[in-house]
Write a protein that binds this ligand. Structure first.
Ligand code: ZN
Length: 184
């Protein structure tokens, strides 16, 4: 278990990424550590049964242009997208690729909001992500919370994750009327 190094994310309570000790054997960039439960949940049956490394010896390649998803600490073994059950947010442009795996929010869902010109997309996405339970260590091939990937995806369309301050105060009803005490 490698929980001790991790800090809780403020977004959904799931663990945040921990840097890998070794580099990806294909792209030579340093990825992030994944837990055995993630590898076990994400690998397809055949590669999982043929794997010779132990399940807790793997890292996730965070390079968007590298096909490798998991690689062993010693570089002796790696698995690409074809051997993983989920489409990887960082590595796949298919609209059916999830942005949030736990809540089944797809890239296509957000693209549809953008196409329709919907207002407050970031707020809507935040509400979807915050609603219900998260189990990122099993559902997300990265093994951690999706928030950073969602933020980056929206930023690619010029949508800011943080709400601009000037909008925070508008549209508030006067506090003197209609309070919970039932004056109306
Ligand atoms: Zn790589």
């Amino acid at each position: 278990m490698i929980f001790t190094d991790k800090k809780e994310s403020p977004s959904c309570g799931c663990a945040t990424q921990v840097n890998a000790a070794s580099v990806c054997p294909q792209c030579h960039q340093k990825g992030s550590k994944v837990e055995a439960v993630t590898v076990q949940s994400q690998l397809k049956k055949e590669p999982l049964s043929n794997m010779h490394s132990t399940r807790d010896a793997f890292n996730f390649c965070t390079n968007p242009v590298c096909d490798t998803v998991y690689y062993a600490d010693d570089g002796s073994e790696s698995f690409g997208q074809k051997e993983i059950k989920s489409k990887v947010t960082l590595k796949n442009d298919d609209p059916k690729t999830p942005l949030c795996y736990c809540k089944k929010l797809l890239k296509g869902d957000v693209l549809a909001m953008i196409e329709k010109g919907e207002p407050d997309i970031a707020e809507k996405v935040k509400a979807i992500i915050a609603n219900g339970k998260s189990f990122c260590e099993k559902s997300n091939p990265k093994g951690t919370c999706c928030t950073d990937d969602v933020k980056n995806f929206l930023a690619g369309f010029g949508i800011s994750w943080e709400k601009p301050k000037k909008q925070m105060f508008s549209m508030m009803p006067p506090s003197s009327c209609c309070s919970s005490s039932g004056c109306c």
